[in-house]
Design a protein around this ligand. Structure first.
Ligand code: MLT
Length: 266
């Protein structure tokens, strides 16, 4: 694995690059970082070139205290592709990473080989959803990232995972608690302001896989089904016994369905 840093508009973006083969770029969710893709790097880098990116505000990348937009995150991914001299890549985005992948598909369709949208949705936030973002930002400001972990863990992991996988719960909590305030608030503002991507779906011209954990309460199966119905030729895969993070909760099933899709492409 090599870890690299690239600078865009004065911001340092850190990414990892492992293996050889078709390039597959993984985009993490909120409030996580590129290490959430560890099981995919382990299992798939013998067959594919796996690139995992820390978006601005996350992991080892810079986390300025300023306004973030999903379009800025899509620009971070483009900067990484340019740094690697990759004309096109397969993009895998989970949740907020899916919002970023949809923004990338809208802004840079020529750089997209194919798309995997996992545990995400195309609709913009409702007014109540935006209000919830504001309240979580205030909780982070007043009580720190621990308050965000308390609020998010039940939304990220299924009840079964929380009962039976204490080490995974601790890993995810650690990821959240290592977030800096600029990243947390920047993400929440970016998600609250993201555009409705429903009108984009019919225009997505690349092969697309939609994946969702059967027990995902944050972006439920109905959201995944809507995307799969509207994106031409898209396929839907539902991962049993997983919540919002199927790549960590059921890594074997998640990797198998990703591998199937990637094999069909090649
Ligand atoms: C995520 O997992 O990225 C977030 O929960 C998505 C969201 O809050 O909309």
């Amino acid at each position: 694995m090599s870890v690299s840093t690239v600078t865009t508009n004065g911001l340092r973006i850190v990414y990892s690059d492992t293996g050889t083969g078709h390039p597959v770029v993984f985009v993490h969710g909120f409030p996580l970082n590129r290490t959430m893709w560890h099981p995919q790097v382990q299992a798939l880098s013998s067959t594919y070139r796996i690139v995992t990116v820390d978006l601005r505000g996350h992991g080892e990348s810079d986390a300025p205290l300023w306004r973030y937009r999903v379009e800025d995150f899509a620009g971070d991914i483009l900067t990484v592709l340019d740094d690697l001299r990759l004309p096109r890549a397969i993009l895998v985005g989970l949740s907020m990473g899916g919002y970023v992948a949809l923004a990338f598909a809208r802004l840079f369709p020529g750089r997209l080989n194919s798309l995997v949208l996992t545990d995400t949705r195309a609709q913009a936030d409702s007014p109540e959803g935006r209000q919830g973002r504001f309240q979580l930002a205030q909780a982070a400001y007043e009580r720190g990232a621990g308050a965000v972990a308390d609020a998010m863990l039940p939304k990220l992991l299924s009840p079964k995972t929380r009962d039976t996988r204490p080490e995974l719960v601790a890993d995810v909590r650690h990821m959240i608690e290592s977030m800096r305030l600029g990243g947390i608030v920047g993400d929440l503002m970016a998600m609250a302001d993201r555009p409705d991507s429903l009108p984009l779906l019919g225009a997505i011209g690349c092969p697309t896989l939609v994946v969702v954990g059967a027990d995902d309460q944050t972006t439920p199966v109905s959201d995944a089904r809507l995307m799969a119905e509207r994106i031409p030729g898209a396929r839907l895969e539902i991962i049993p016994e997983a919540g919002h993070l199927p790549n960590l909760e059921q890594p074997s099933a998640f990797n198998a369905c990703l591998d199937r899709f990637l094999r069909e492409l090649s």
